[in-house]
Design a protein around this ligand. Structure first.
Ligand code: SF4
Length: 340
């Protein structure tokens, strides 16, 4: 659960304000001449949230919602088009390249596809140790020992058995443990986990989540957990933000949002989560249609073409996030109708 400082306010590790990332669309010279302007994919379009120290903050939404780009912006893997990111009170845009490199030790990533993120020519030990060479070169005599220790912690045990193996010689679940070890070896404060179990076999997913929870306690970590799967988010997240077409539409404590969801999109996502009981049916299907084109998003509320309760003004006026229950924010003109 999130920590609270002595003055009673949440202790934020990350603060993201009005973040935007627009990617220019590649066009031919002739197209540019004819249209007279560049088009942009508005992957992230005005997102504001905070991650409290010690919590698991989830970003969820369908593919194309902008959650991964938002995560990458939040740890400055990519530069924003606009907006600010503060990490532990420091505006990351004010840091020099060298200062940012040092700060990176404190912000690590677990990517979705461990095979793609591991160097196939590096042994597991060398791959995990890499971060130590970058951030703690002065401790070179301890690198091997520290690497063996973290391998044991993530369940690559006995470490001496795995140390000289290569990524293709181990299972998918073990590869994800290598990626977790590589992220944790620099003693980070924040770990962004981008769909960390999506590529793992179903039989080991719960084990990996349990491992992440256990390591979070042991290493005092904060997670930014990105997922398309609300059932997974329910297992691990303390708070959650629901994204749609580059914007946050609902944000709050996980239990609060799941119990009293106030946005029609969140309600549809929750209703589409498979129910483990074969005698129970889903109450609602996902709204028809795909996420619209982020180059030219719908006017007003971006969800209006798919929203089952849209009214005339929904296509004209853009809703802002409003706090309708304690620490529970929603961007919908008619969310009051769902208040219980
Ligand atoms: Fe639906 Fe209108 Fe609310 Fe958007 S603002 S979610 S279209 S009711």
């Amino acid at each position: 659960m999130s920590n609270i400082t002595n003055n009673g306010k949440p202790d934020n590790l990350v603060e993201v304000e009005n973040l935007k990332k627009w990617f220019p669309v590649q066009k031919s010279f002739l197209d540019r001449l004819l249209t007279g302007h560049l088009d942009y994919i508005r992957a992230v379009d005005g997102v504001t949230f905070a991650i409290r120290r010690g919590e698991v903050f989830g970003l969820a939404g369908e593919s194309g919602s902008g959650k991964t780009t938002t995560g990458r912006l939040a740890i400055r893997l990519i530069d924003p088009t606009a907006g600010t990111v503060r990490f532990d009170g420091v505006d990351l845009a004010t840091l020099s390249r060298e200062e940012l490199r040092k700060m990176r030790r404190r912000m690590q990533v677990i990517f979705q596809d461990p095979m793609a993120s591991l160097n196939p020519r590096m042994s597991l030990g060398e791959g995990i140790m890499h971060g130590l060479k970058i951030h703690f070169p002065e401790k070179s005599n301890l690198h091997r020992e520290m690497t063996m220790e973290i391998m044991e912690k993530v369940g690559l045990s006995p470490a001496r058995f795995f140390y000289n193996k290569f990524p293709h010689q181990i299972s998918g679940g073990q590869r994800q443990r290598v990626v977790i070890a590589r992220a944790l070896i620099t003693s980070p404060d924040l770990v962004m986990a981008d769909e960390p179990i999506a590529m793992a076999d179903v039989s080991v997913r719960a084990l990996l989540l349990d491992l992440m929870i256990q390591l979070k306690q042991e290493f005092n970590l904060t997670y930014l957990f990105i997922t398309h799967d609300l059932a997974t988010a329910k297992y691990i997240c303390d708070r959650i933000g629901i994204m749609y077409l580059g914007q946050l539409v609902e944000i709050g404590e996980l239990r609060e949002v799941y119990t009293y969801s106030l946005h029609p999109y969140t309600q549809a996502l929750l209703a589409a989560v498979p129910v483990p009981n074969p005698h129970k049916r889903r109450t609602q299907a996902m709204p028809e249609g795909e996420i619209p084109n982020p180059i030219n998003p719908p006017s007003g509320c971006r969800f209006h073409p798919r929203c089952p309760i849209a009214r005339d003004d929904c296509s004209k006026i853009e809703p802002n996030l409003r706090e309708l229950r304690p620490d529970h924010w929603v961007a919908c003109h008619y969310a009051e109708e769902f208040l219980k």
